[in-house]
Structure formats: structure tokens, C-alpha cells
Design a protein around this ligand. Sequence first.
Ligand code: NAP
Length: 308
Amino acid sequence: MTVTRIAIAGIGKIARDQHIPHIAANPAFEFVAGITRGGRVDVAVPCFRTIAEMLAAGTRVDAVAICTPPIGRAALIADAFAGGLDVLLEKPPAATLSEAERFAAMARDAGRLLYMTWHSREAAAVEPARAWLKDKTITRVEVDWLENVRQWHPGQDWVWEPGIGVFDPGINALSVITRILPWPLTLTASKLDFPANKPAPIAARLALASPDGVPVAAHFNWDQLGTQTWEIRVDTDHGKLVLTHGASRMAVDGQPVEVGDEAEYAALYRHFAQLIEARQSDVDLAPFRLVADAYLLGQRHEVGPFAE
Ligand code: NAP
């Protein structure tokens, strides 16, 4: 078995909660270095300020997982490809659609592998839902992705930068529906609620449609107190499919369907190992394109200031 020596850039919440433990649990990977703005952090591997510094130090490394916020990744990615590394990119892939497309072109030009991850697509019910929906006639889709930003992103200023906001979680829902629905989606309308004191939306209502006009309604809210909801409901000619808990659970007409319980990031690193074995990139910008469209068509409403 090939063992991929992997560095992580950006030792924040997702690196600590998911990447480091799932790399450790997967024998196809070895965590060899951290890239961190401060040059040192409390992880059990050598740390460096930049990828160039890591390579200059003679670190033997094959790939890097970019776990920094989506704005400001260009230099890291240029250094990674220049240094001959494969790249795993946390969602959302970039600051803008044009930048994400450039990252894909840079990978091709460098002959390196790029895996633009969508961790929610690795949730246990996604592939079972996709298989179940394949031969059904879908009549309507509804998405509710309602969470409390204070609970999930305390102290993370970057989540309020332009272009992010409630689409940081909302893009996870879009990554699931663009995977399970058997047709491409077009965005037809978008309403965005901007807090008076923030340059990014706290809530969004999107209208999307299949090529034949099947309606898909998505509601994202980042000010949800109490119960947190990550749910997708699909009406079909053979009953109603419901995905809950971020698409890790599935039911049809109220009856639970067994889908297994593999953790998203276990599946994500299993998939990365397969891509490395096959020397194949995985780049799908469909969820990010819908976010860009939501800003293009977005009718903006100012709401009260956001209070931590
Ligand atoms: P975070 O806790 O803020 O960590 C990001 C890390 O990136 C920081 O600790 C910092 O690490 C580095 N960094 C570099 N430039 C930065 C900048 N301008 N501002 C802030 N940090 C900067 O963020 P996160 O929650 O891990 O999210 C990182 C990425 O993972 C995002 O794209 C997010 O959408 C995605 N993600 C997050 C979650 C989640 O539950 N939090 C889930 C799935 C995916 P150093 O100090 O080491 O340089």
C-alpha cells in the first residue's frame, strides 16, 4: 500500500476535530508537518510558516490538506503545486468561482492531483439517497439548513467576510442536493438577509429548478436558536425521502432506512486515497456555482445587527 505523507495547512477547528484524527486512523496516510501562520503550534509534527519553508527544510511530503479559510488560499496552492504536492482542499474551495477554476487549471498544468472536498457528500445517507432517487419521478425538493452561528463558529471572524456568511454551512446542503438529484440545478431567485453590521448574509432563501421545472426550495439560516436542523425532503411518485442530521440519516415515508454510520471524514480520506491510487483529480464546482448565482440574483434585505 502506498503511504501518502501529508501536511496540513491551517491548524484550526476542522484540522483538529477531523483531519488530524482521521489521517491518524487511516493507514494510507502519515501526518508529517503543519503549516501555520505562527510557525509553531501544539501538534506532534514539525511546523513551518509556509510550504516553501517546509520543503526547504527537506521535509519528505507528498500532499497537503488546505484547512485555512476559503479567502487567502492562492499562495498556499501555488506553493503546493510548485513543490510537486497533491492538494486536498476544504470546502468552500476558494474566495471566488474564477479563483476556484484557476486552482483546477493550476493542478492540471502542474500534473498534480486536486481533490476539492465536499465533506457533506460523504455523509452516510448520500449515496443510498442518490441510488434510491435514480428511478423515481421527483416532484418537489425542500431544504432546511438552520443553525446557530454562535454555537458552531465562536470567534471565527472570517465567516463574516464577503461571499461567505450563511453560505459556509449552506454550501454543504447544496453539495448534497447536487449529488443526489438526478439532474443539474438552475438557480432562479435568491433573497439574502444581511445584518446591518455584517458584509455577508445571515439567512438566504433560494429557488432552484430542474431542467423540467421541478421546484427546489432552500432555506439557510444562521440565527437558529434551539433545535438545529439540517434536513432535505424529496417528494417523489414512490413516496417521500427525508434526509436528516446533515444527510447522515434517511427515511422513506417515515420509515428509517439503514445507511451505516461511517464518519464523513473517514469516507473523505478513503476517497482521497483512492484518487491518489488512480492519480485522478476530483473537482466539482456545482455547489460553489450555485452560491455565486445566489449572490448574482440576490435581492438584499437589511436585517437587525448581528449580536454575538
Ligand atoms: P478556523 O478554526 O478559523 O481555522 C482556520 C485556520 O486557518 C486558523 O486556525 C489558522 O491556522 C489558519 N488561517 C490562515 N489564514 C487565516 C485567516 N485569515 N483567518 C483565520 N485563520 C486563518 O476555521 P475552521 O472552522 O477550521 O475552517 C477552516 C475551513 O474548513 C473553512 O473553509 C471551513 O468552511 C471548513 N470547514 C469547517 C468546519 C467546522 O465545523 N468548523 C467543518 C467543515 C469544513 P494557523 O493559525 O495554524 O495558521
